[in-house]
Design a protein. Structure first.
Length: 281
């Protein structure tokens, strides 16, 4: 068992100072968000489950633990923490691991076992993907509030002309993906530099399917692609899962890919111990 409370804290990065409090928001009106610059991180309206997911860069959907951990949607927390001067921002999740050990006494371990999944695989005929060009540097100090889910961050900004908004979805495997909505319930995702593991991450976040989506293409490298999916003919009253799968597979088919239902060993995080409320700051 990996008890993160037992990690040698002289070796583990820590926040210079941190305050963890119950959020004053009510359930249903609590926009979960994260803000960060070189000196400070602020998280609002996060459940303990999503904090663990962010700290370990792991989808909350693949975290197991006590039932209350998954049911605690009305218990939200606000975090305000100071980042030590000169500390790399990619170390912030590890600092949060240390804080969760200190304030929530979180202890967990990793496990792997066979589960039903949707596997992202190469379709018959092979991929039709364009290799990505030179990577575009992303800002290391994002401004404004971001939604977050594991290591995936989502930003929605109103367009300057007042007509709609622009949404980006990002993590290291997918780069920064631009999401756009077209006519007749058509969704489009433009990825300038994405790995196929990143595409699986993206699909796992945006496709309303009941099982995790895992890359099983065994292909490396990064690609430029546009995924377009029309949900116009999805009927929620008639086997919605099957219709959504067909819609995404139609978009993936143009890229030489598809989703197949399989059973495969999947890594999960298992929470062995956690307090429902944090200890005193």
């Amino acid at each position: 068992m990996l008890a993160i409370a037992a990690m040698a804290q002289e070796r583990a990065p820590q926040f210079e100072a941190a305050s963890m409090r119950l959020s004053p928001w009510y359930d249903g009106a609590c926009p979960q968000s994260i803000k960060m610059d070189a000196a400070r991180i602020t998280i609002e309206c996060a459940t303990l489950l999503t904090l663990i997911g962010y700290a370990f860069e792991f989808s909350p959907d693949r975290i197991q633990g006590p039932q209350w951990l998954r049911d605690a949607k009305s218990t939200r927390f606000d975090l305000a923490a100071t980042i030590p001067p000169g500390e790399r921002l990619d170390r912030v999740p590890v600092m949060l691991q240390t804080l969760l050990a200190q304030r929530f006494q979180v202890a967990l371990h990793r496990a792997a076992g066979p589960e039903e999944i949707y596997a992202l695989v190469v379709a018959k005929g092979g991929i039709t993907l364009k290799p990505a060009g030179p990577p575009v540097a992303d800002s290391d100090t994002p401004s404004g509030a971001l939604g977050f889910f594991g290591d995936i961050r989502t930003r929605t900004i109103p367009n300057p002309n007042g007509n709609g908004s622009t949404t980006t979805i990002a993590n290291p495997r997918m780069g920064t993906v631009l999401e756009a909505e077209g006519r007749n319930r058509t969704q489009q995702w433009h990825a300038p530099s994405i790995s196929l593991a990143g595409l699986a991450d993206l699909l796992d976040r945006v496709a309303p399917l009941s099982l995790p989506i895992i890359d099983m293409t065994a292909l490396k490298g990064r690609y430029e692609l546009i995924l377009e999916v029309s949900l116009d003919r999805v009927n929620p009253a008639v086997d919605m899962e099957s219709h959504i799968l067909d819609a995404f597979n139609e978009g993936l088919r143009r890229l030489g890919l598809r989703l197949e239902r399989r059973t495969a060993p999947i890594e999960t995080l298992v929470v062995d111990n956690a307090l429902k409320l944090p200890t005193v700051n």
